[in-house]
Ligand binder design. Sequence first.
Ligand code: R5P
Length: 259
Amino acid sequence: MIIIGGSASSNLASKVAKELGQEAGKIEIKRFPDGEKYIRIHEDVKGQDVALIQSLYRTPDEYVFEYLLIADTLRDMGAASIIGITPYLAYARQDSRFYPGEALSSAALAKLFEAAGTTSILTVDCHLHRLGDVSNVFKIPAQNLSAMTLLGKYARENLKPKKPIVVGPDEEAEQWAGTVAKELDAEHTAFTKKRIRKEGETESKLEMDTGNVELKGRDVVFADDIISTGGTIVQAARACKKKGARRIFVLCTHPVLAD
Ligand code: R5P
């Protein structure tokens, strides 16, 4: 298998290739003076399986289009299969039309990836609120891996929380809190979050209910998939402080940290 990284994930591609005892495939990615991308693949991929690694974080539009150019080129060059590895799958959160006329971005992205020749997809802790699993977005085989066991192990070995309770900042995060709690041999719970996004706005207001869990003197370990604006985790942490929590740690797979 040839491992190729787009410019968002060239380091990751090198590390993955090293794990497999090889070097990452050679690819040249440049920018023309007018802002367009230039792609050249310096590998003979004919008849080969290719893993194309490209996270879609920070500048999603740029990285999505670059991914499409690389995948399309690999297919033209005769790759036997193209496994798209997108640790952070951008656009996954717009998986429903909340108001008429809105783009169904997750479905559009899936169609583009498939049209460019992707034969399967691997992603990590991709949270599809309404569609459940990533396999419901793509027609090609798509699999969601999780970093939560590793994050839990990290917390156990390095953070060493006292009287820990693992908290999902919203109901959907209970699954991750549960996985981390197993690693810490701790109990877990989830808060209840309501997001209210008014028509015409891109930011939403949050309402959070911590339930009647006892936090006084305990270390709280949050587990979540994404921290984007930080709104969720800040509100959840404040609520824990109010209830007398001791230290507050946050584990998350995708620290997007927008602005
Ligand atoms: C939402 O349900 C996710 O699990 C995250 O909690 C959310 O996307 C975080 O976004 P933000 O940091 O903007 O509140």
